[in-house]
Structure formats: structure tokens, C-alpha cells
Design a protein around this ligand. Structure first.
Ligand code: SF4
Length: 398
């Protein structure tokens, strides 16, 4: 977790934007309430205006003691992150949870696929809880088990399934991770995508990269030296993915047509605009951004890389960061000696991540403290077995 140096008055983050309720509108899900999972919160959700929320969360957490371990993803709100025992990206958090077997309850302040991964990696005795079941991920939802099975049929008909190794980004459902495990593939994170792809090309001739086309393309082109022509995009909403058998046969990278609703918002214009506004600015973006944005940036890397880069940057340096706004605000506050701005003028929270707010956390902790298990996330045994296989292949990557 980034912290403000003691004894230093934090400079107000040099962001051009202020959070507004509008930023919490659903991204990537349009306005269809049926696309949301479990929006209803059983029980009495405390009012957001309750002045005792912080105290209530503290009391309930203290009552649970070592029985509860609260995980906070980097993109979470400050009001929630203050109660996290540990912060990090999704994979680090899942591993942290597995390293705390004495914790009966793992409260995952993140999104659904992250809680699934934590359930896969923790013991059967540990119960993983997601404070709001509606906290999904638009990217993970862009690849369903049925669509991916259909894609595999298309690859089989094109006569190439035997040459294809699936590589799935951590940001995918347990079903997709299990598919990957079943077909000899591996999971990757934004930190180890290059190693995962290198491994996959030692096992086969082609890679099916799920579900984030941008991370797949950026890694193949930037890190493995492929050309854009080596990549094709499989669109699950078109017959045969919108590709001919010949296109599939000549491609090296078959990219699933998925993207992150947050990082997908940054454009080449954002980069050019910030360079004009702030001479000498360093542009630092996440590899989930579009290829043209990544190509125009000075630095590219995972959330952890972004934090470390800012920690190591000299005082007085200027940075425009292309990732989720909660993280950029915290990084800016932790570095009052540097100028840190958000890459785009439009506020860009991860709306689903932001569903986990203080009222939901209080409700969760109080329910657990009273002995009521709520919002448990469980992955069935068979899915867990194959998803774990894919995760273990990632852990064994050189
Ligand atoms: S930032 Fe993007 S990839 Fe991450 S949880 Fe939100 S929608 Fe999903």
C-alpha cells in the first residue's frame, strides 16, 4: 500500500478531475439490471450517512480478530482500503489469503473473479466473502464458458486446436481458468504475461489469449517482437468468431475480443493532450490500454510496476498515469514531491469495484461477527481442480 511520508503535509493530488457520482454509473454493462449478479443485499445495509460506520467496522473487525483477513485491491475506495490487512493486485491478494490459513473468513474487497481465485487457492475451511455480489468485472464477463467452448469447436474445425495453447489473464472467471487448465494452458498476470507467452509458444504454435485482447496484443508485439499481422481478433458475437479458417491458420495470436472498460477509455488523444499540457511529462500506462496508447507511452507495466516506478522516481518529476483513478489518487497523495496527474481528463473509476463501499463492508463484518456467513463465493470442485492446474502452471513458469 502506498503511504504518505510522515511529517509531510500531502499536497492535494494534482488531478484535473474530481470524483462525481456519475463516475459510478455502470461501465460496459449498459443499463441492463439483469446482467448484474446478486444485486440485492440480504439483510439491513447500513445507511451511507451513518456517522458511526467507521467505528462500526472497527468494532466488528476487532471482534472477529484473527478469524478475519481483509484483502483490499489497489483500485478500491479509500474508505474501504483503510480496513484492509493487506493491499495488492488480484493474484498477490489470493496468495496472501492462502498464506493465512488461520483466517476462517477472507473478506475480499475486490471483484467476483478475484474472490473466486482466492477460493481456489485457499483451503476448504476458509470461507471467501465478497461484500457486494454485484461487484463483477466487465472484462471477465466478456468471455463466458459457452462462448469459449464454441470458439474451441471453431479452432477444431479449422484443424488447428492441436496447435493452440490457451493463455488466460487472471482477470477471468473460474470457468475460463478451468477451460485453460483442461486444454494444457496457463494463467498469466500483467506482470508475467511475457513469460507465460514464451512458455506457451514452447508448448504449441499458436496462442488463444483470453479475455483481454489488449494485454495479449501488447505483450506479443512489444515483448515478443511479433507484428500486428500475427494477431487476429476472435469476436464471440460473430459466426466463427468473424474469422475464416485461413485467417485462423495463419495467425500466431488469436486474441479474444474482450477489454477493460476502464483502461480501454484511454486514447492516443489523451497522451498527446497531456504531453502538450505538461512539457517533460512521463506517460506511464497499464498494458490493458489499447496498443496505440501503449506504443505512445514512455513506460508500461502492471499496477505493482506503476507503484514501484513512482516510488523510485526523482523529486520534481512529472507523471501522467493511465490506470484506475483510485490508485492514481493514492499514488499522487503518497508523492507530494512529484507532479502526478491522471492521463485522461474524464474520471475513470472501476465502477464495479466501487460497489464495495463502507456500508457493504460494515454489513459484511457485522454479519460475520454475529455468526452469519454472507455472500460466500464458492467454486465447485471440478472447476477448482482444472483452474488450479492452470494457476499452478503459472506458478511454475521460469
Ligand atoms: S479495472 Fe477493468 S479489469 Fe479491473 S476489475 Fe475493473 S473492469 Fe475488470
Amino acid at each position: 500500500m502506498t503511504t504518505t511520508p510522515t511529517g509531510t503535509e500531502p499536497r492535494k493530488a494534482a488531478l484535473d478531475v474530481a470524483p462525481t457520482p456519475l463516475a459510478l454509473l455502470l461501465l460496459g454493462r449498459e443499463a441492463d439490471p439483469r446482467s448484474e449478479r446478486g444485486v440485492e443485499c440480504p439483510g439491513d445495509l447500513p445507511s451511507p450517512s451513518d456517522p458511526d460506520l467507521v467505528e462500526r467496522a472497527r468494532t466488528a473487525k476487532a471482534k472477529l480478530g484473527d478469524r478475519v483477513f481483509v484483502l483490499g485491491h489497489h483500485y478500491q475506495r479509500d474508505e474501504v482500503i483503510q480496513f484492509a490487512d493487506v493491499t495488492g493486485d488480484s493474484f498477490k491478494l489470493a496468495r496472501d489469503a492462502a498464506a493465512r490459513p488461520e483466517a476462517e473468513y477472507i473478506v475480499f474487497c475486490g471483484v467476483h473473479f478475484m474472490a473466486e481465485s482466492a477460493d481456489i487457492l485457499t483451503s476448504d475451511d476458509q470461507k471467501v466473502v465478497l461484500p457486494d455480489l454485484a461487484a463483477g468485472c466487465s472484462m471477465a464477463d466478456m468471455a463466458t464458458a459457452e462462448q469459449v467452448a464454441e470458439c474451441w469447436d471453431v479452432l477444431t474445425e479449422a484443424g488447428i486446436a492441436g496447435q493452440v495453447v490457451p493463455v488466460s489473464y487472471m482477470n477471468s472467471s473460474a470457468d475460463i481458468k478451468a477451460f485453460t487448465g483442461r486444454h494444457g494452458g496457463t494463467i498469466c498476470t500483467s506482470s508475467n504475461a511475457q513469460r507465460a507467452l514464451e512458455w506457451a509458444f514452447e508448448q504449441g504454435e499458436k496462442v488463444l489469449f483470453l479475455p483481454d485482447q489488449h494485454l495479449g496484443r501488447n505483450t506479443a508485439v512489444r515483448d515478443l517482437g511479433m507484428s500486428l499481422d500475427d494477431c487476429v481478433v476472435y469476436n464471440p458475437h460473430k459466426p466463427n468468431g468473424g474469422l475464416t479458417a485461413e485467417q485462423l491458420r495463419s495467425a500466431k495470436m488469436i486474441l479474444w475480443r474482450g477489454h477493460c472498460s476502464v483502461h480501454g477509455r484511454f486514447s492516443l488523444d489523451s497522451v498527446e493532450d497531456v504531453r502538450n499540457r505538461i512539457p517533460g511529462v512521463n506517460v506511464l500506462v497499464h498494458p490493458e490500454c489499447k496498443h496505440e496508447v501503449v506504443a505512445a507511452a514512455d513506460y508500461v507495466g502492471s499496477t505493482e510496476y506503476i507503484i514501484k516506478t513512482l516510488d523510485a522516481a526523482p523529486a520534481g518529476s512529472k507523471w501522467a498515469i493511465g490506470t484506475e483513478l483510485n490508485l492514481v489518487r493514492r499514488v499522487a497523495n503518497a508523492h507530494p514531491d512529484k507532479e502526478v496527474v491522471f492521463l485522461d481528463r474524464t474520471v475513470c473509476f472501476c465502477s464495479t469495484m466501487n460497489r464495495i463501499d463502507l456500508p457493504h463492508l460494515v454489513w459484511t463484518l457485522e454479519s460475520l461477527a454475529e455468526g452469519t456467513l454472507v455472500n460466500r463465493i464458492r467454486v465447485d470442485e471440478e472447476t477448482e481442480h482444472y483452474a488450479k492446474l492452470a494457476l499452478e502452471r503459472m506458478l511454475a513458469l521460469p
